[in-house]
Design a protein around this ligand. Sequence first.
Ligand code: DMJ
Length: 544
Amino acid sequence: MQLSQIDSLDMLALLGDKERFAASVEWIGKSLRFDINKTVSVFETTIRVLGGLLSAHLIASDYATGMKIPSYDNQLLNLAEDLARRLLPAFDTPTGIPFGSVNLLHGVDEHESKITSTAGGGTLTLEFGVLSRLTNDPIFEQVTKNAVHGLWARRSKLNLVGAHINVFTGEWTQKDAGIGTSIDSFYEYLLKAYVLFGDEEYLFIFQEAYRAAMQYLYNDPWYVEVNMDSAAIVWPLFNSLQAFWPGLQVLAGDIDPAVQTHTAFFSVWKRYGFTPEGFNLATLSVQHGQKSYPLRPELIESTYWLYKATRDPRYLDAGRDMVSSLQYGARCPCGYCHISDVESHTQEDHMESFFLAETVKYLWLLFDLAVGPDNLVENGPYKYVFSTEGHLLPATPQISLVREHCSYVGAFCRSVGYKEDSHASEIATDLLEANGSRFHEGQAHTGLPLYSTFESTPTAGLIKGFCPGLSHGQKFGISYITSVDMAYQHEHASDGKPTTLQSRSVAVVQNQSSDDSLPENDCDNLHESSEEGSESKVPLPSQV
Ligand code: DMJ
């Protein structure tokens, strides 16, 4: 139960439920301990527990959120730091890519598997980066960025990554490239790490990775899995984790394919009332052995993003259909149940913590947006980036100031006078060259955004909607216009000269606006993933 509570703290805050938010934060601060002899998934523990603690800390400690807890004294931040230090031994590998699991008390188990997934190794940068910036200890940011380097350095000639890799030898043990299972959030965190931290190296990697995905994996409107070296199709399957992709495309400003793909994915939902884990695109039927719907958020997440981008009421209709499915098909006595078979709608007594952290959150945000947004995300004091678990990570000055990046060794920084470590420099240079883009010399003294120094060649500018050199305010001020042919003139802040940032569907505009008792619960026996342990120890997740 404590896992769901941690994972849903920022949802309570988003709802404006001060009382439950404060009671939960206080209870977790008093009772949660990580000195337990338990081996946990580095990825799941990071995105659910670390992310949950950090987002709640950032809300509870800040008057500007309207949810500050007077008695709060950094308890959740201290817990987050303690947890992250217990995860650090996992990163001690020759490739920098972390082991998939680590024991919270003893470090990596002697017989721990050396095989991990790309998503598992490459989806840690946001939470660890935020922690570095809050604690002023760069280690967390360094190890997770190093892990991304470790993965990306082993990409194929086609700029594709496989699904599983040996963290000691760096050999791919599963060479199927795709945007879903085992890889999905690797792509997501490349773009979001750039958006949140302003670190352009992530953007360059994302550009390359995204372009390759659209070239080799996109079979309009579906996505397939291919061999990472030859691009030969291996799995003509829609898998439910792929459904986050249109949402990511909205963030990247690539709306048109997002709309097409969402329509296709939603047609699967409409056919069954839920999306099965796998849907075979050759037979147009549910993939054998992949019949379940474990209350996943991905399609709902994309629906929210597309509504936000287009305000097309069809996305509200889609949201209504999804609510109906959940209410009529998944509602059960103590919450919501997994659907073990989307064809028979059989329920299974299980509710993952991401149901409250993400599924419910994105639905709520969708409808709140429709009635005139008055919530922390749409109308709060900061722009927020959603973690892959739906946690709210604010672009506060402490977290996002580009100037601060330069104090982190290993971060890509073009500031004169700052010596990057040579490895990071080489990679950054490679990426710049590979990207076909270059920076004018002599412009990069401050580490601050460089407004007119980015020169694009035809291969650059992949991400429609924003480009390197824009300030954070501008990035978060991305505005979407529904007319597909509209060009948008943007008056540049620094020199007053008009700059046309043109896209068929997206335009960037500048900064638009800038006690120990648990709450009563009759359902304490609700099944949750990996939930075991004493009441004062957090039940930690294994890989989903
Ligand atoms: C969540 O834990 C996260 O969204 C993760 O990135 C993928 N799996 C689940 C939701 O399906």
